[in-house]
Design a protein around this ligand. Structure first.
Ligand code: NAD
Ligand code: UDX
Length: 456
C-alpha cells in the first residue's frame, strides 16, 4: 500500500483536516481535490487568500502547501495515485422528494463513489469523512463492490472539529473515531487509517484517543453527538425564556448547573439559537432516521430541538419589537455580527439570517457589520432590496444614527469597542440587544443605553 492520501471535497472539512494531516505526516503526499475550480484556485492562491477563514489555518497551509499538500481539480489522477481516499463532500438536507426537509441529500456522495469505482484500478480504502446517515457505508459498498468483489473497503471516520477552533480541535482532538467492518480486511484498513492519525513517528494523536468501532456505530455516533450538543443549546434557551419571565438570570443558572460535574459547564450558553451547517441538518437527519425505523416518539423528541431553536429567533424579534414601542418601520438597526459564531466567516444557517429577514418584514433599515462574514452575508441576503440593507465593515459607521444595535455574534472585538462614541452617534433612546450576553451591560447602562439580554 502506498502512503498517498486523497481527500475529495475541499470545503470547511476537507481543507483544514488535510492541512493538519499533511503537517503531521510529512512522509505522506496529501492531495485535496474538488469539482469547484474557484475554490481550488483560492486554496492555491499566491497570496494565501484561502476560501475559508479559520484561526491558524493559513500558517499551516503556508508550511505544507507545495511540499506534501496539494490542491487540484484533477480528481481522477489523484484517485489513481493513492490507496486511501477520504470523502468530505457536502451532505446537505434534501430539499425535494422523499424525506424533503429532513433526510440527507446523498447525491454528491453517490456521484463520488461511482467516480471512484470508474477510475480505480487497484484496491482502495474509502473513508467517509462527511456526516452520513447510519448504514450509508452499506450502500456505498454495494455500489463500489458491485462487480469487483471486495476491491473496496469502506470506513467511517466522522469529523468532530468545530468551526472557529478547527485547527486547535484537529491538532489536539478529544478523540478520533474510526469505524470499520469487523473482518480481517476491515481491521487492516482501520489500522491503516489509525496510522495516519498517529502521525509520523507517533507525533500526533495518542493511541488511547483513537476509538475504533463497527461502521454503523461510527456513523450514528456523529449524528448522536451533534444532536446531544444541539439539545443542550435548545434546553438552555428554553430555560432562558423562563428566566426572562421570572427574574432569574440564565448565566447564574447555567454557572451553578454546570458546576455539577455530571452536567459540566460546556454548551450551556444561552443565545440566539444554534446555527452552522451541522446541527440543524444532523438533527433533522436523526429525526428522519427515527421515523424511517418507526420510532415516532423519538423522532418527535428530537424535532423539538429544532422547534425550540426556531422559536428563539422569533422571540428575539418579538422582544426587540416590544422594546422599540411596537413599531419598527423606518427605524435603523445595526446588526453586529452575521457569522453563526465567532472566529469564522461561515454564515450557513446563521440565526442572524432569520432575524434579519423577520426585521426586513417590519420595514426596518438594517446595517450589517461583521469582521469576516460580510462577503457571505451579501450573497445570502442578495434577494433583499438594497435600500433596506447596507453592509458596512466599520461597526461605528453601522451604528451611526441607528435606534438599536443588535449583537448577533460574539466577536471578541465587540466588548472592546468605544461604546460611549457609539452611544453619542445613535438616535435616542438608544438600545443594545446583546443576544450573546458578551458585553458589559452595567457599563452600557451607565452610558445611557437601554440594554436587553437573553435570559435576563
Ligand atoms: P462544504 O460545502 O464546505 O465542502 C464540500 C465540498 O465538496 C465543496 O467544495 C464541493 O464543491 C465538493 N464536492 C461536492 N461534490 C463533489 C464531487 N462529486 N467531487 C469533488 N468534490 C465535490 O462542506 P463542509 O462544511 O466541508 O462539509 C462536508 C461534510 O463534512 C458534510 O457531510 C458535513 O456534515 C461534514 N462536517 C462538517 C463540519 C463543519 O464544521 N463544516 C464538521 C463536521 C462534519
Ligand atoms: C458543531 C460541533 O460542535 C462539532 O463537533 C461538529 O463537528 C460540527 O458541528 P460547529 O457547528 O462548527 O460545530 O460549532 P459549535 O461550536 O458547536 O456551535 C454551533 C452553534 O451553537 C453556534 O451557532 C453557537 O453559537 C451555538 N452555541 C454553542 C450556543 O448557542 N451555545 C453554546 O453554549 C454553544
Amino acid at each position: 500500500m502506498n502512503k498517498n492520501i486523497v481527500c475529495i471535497g475541499a470545503g470547511y472539512i476537507g481543507g483544514p483536516t488535510m492541512a493538519v494531516v499533511a503537517k503531521m505526516n510529512p512522509d505522506r503526499k496529501v492531495v485535496v481535490v474538488d469539482i469547484n475550480k474557484s475554490r481550488i484556485a483560492a486554496w492555491n492562491s499566491k497570496n494565501f487568500a484561502l476560501p475559508i477563514y479559520e484561526p491558524g489555518l493559513v500558517d499551516i497551509v503556508k508550511e505544507v502547501r507545495g511540499k506534501n499538500l496539494f490542491f487540484s481539480t484533477d480528481i481522477d489522477k489523484a484517485i489513481r495515485e493513492c490507496d486511501i481516499i477520504f470523502v468530505g463532500v457536502n451532505t446537505p438536507t434534501k430539499m425535494f422528494g422523499r424525506g424533503k426537509g429532513r433526510a440527507s441529500d446523498l447525491q454528491y456522495w453517490e456521484a463520488t463513489a461511482r467516480n471512484i469505482k470508474k477510475i480505480a484500478k487497484t484496491p482502495k480504502i474509502v473513508v467517509e469523512k462527511s456526516t452520513l446517515p447510519v448504514r450509508t457505508a452499506a450502500a456505498m459498498e454495494a455500489i463500489l463492490n458491485s462487480e469487483d468483489d471486495g476491491k473496496f473497503t469502506v470506513l467511517s471516520n466522522p469529523e468532530f472539529l468545530a468551526e472557529g477552533t478547527a485547527i486547535k480541535d484537529l491538532l489536539n482532538p478529544d478523540r478520533v473515531l474510526i469505524g470499520g467492518p469487523q473482518t480481517p480486511a476491515g481491521l487492516a484498513a482501520v489500522r491503516a487509517v489509525v496510522d495516519i492519525y498517529r502521525g509520523q513517528q507517533g507525533a500526533w494523536v495518542p493511541e488511547k484517543k483513537i476509538l475504533t468501532t463497527n461502521v454503523w456505530s461510527a456513523e450514528l455516533t456523529k449524528l448522536a453527538a451533534n444532536a446531544m450538543l444541539a439539545q443542550r443549546v435548545s434546553s438552555i434557551n428554553a430555560l432562558a425564556g423562563l428566566c426572562e419571565a421570572t427574574g432569574a438570570d440564565i448565566e447564574e443558572v447555567a454557572r451553578v448547573m454546570g458546576a455539577d460535574h455530571r452536567i459540566g459547564p460546556k454548551f450551556l450558553k444561552a443565545g440566539p439559537g444554534f446555527g452552522g451547517s451541522c446541527f440543524k441538518k444532523d438533527v433533522l437527519n436523526l429525526v428522519y432516521l427515527c421515523e424511517s425505523f418507526g420510532l415516532h416518539t423519538a423522532a418527535e423528541y428530537w424535532s423539538q430541538v429544532i422547534k425550540m431553536n426556531d422559536h428563539q429567533q422569533e422571540r428575539i424579534v418579538s422582544r426587540l419589537f416590544k422594546a422599540m414601542f411596537n413599531t419598527l418601520a423606518n427605524k435603523k438597526i445595526a446588526v453586529f455580527g452575521f457569522a453563526f459564531k465567532a472566529n469564522t466567516g461561515d454564515t450557513r444557517e446563521t440565526p442572524a439570517d432569520t432575524v434579519v429577514r423577520l426585521l426586513n418584514e417590519e420595514h426596518v433599515r438594517l446595517a450589517i457589520t461583521d469582521p469576516k462574514a460580510l462577503d457571505n452575508a451579501k450573497k445570502d441576503l442578495a434577494d433583499i432590496a438594497s435600500d433596506a440593507l447596507a453592509f458596512v465593515s466599520d461597526p461605528y459607521k453601522a451604528a451611526k444614527d441607528a435606534d438599536a444595535v443588535l449583537v448577533m455574534t460574539d466577536w471578541a472585538e465587540y466588548p472592546t469597542l468605544d461604546w460611549a462614541k457609539i452611544y453619542k452617534s445613535m438616535r435616542k433612546p438608544a438600545l443594545v440587544f446583546d443576544t450573546r450576553n458578551c458585553l458589559d451591560a452595567v457599563a452600557l447602562r451607565k452610558l445611557g443605553f437601554k440594554v436587553l439580554n437573553v435570559g435576563k
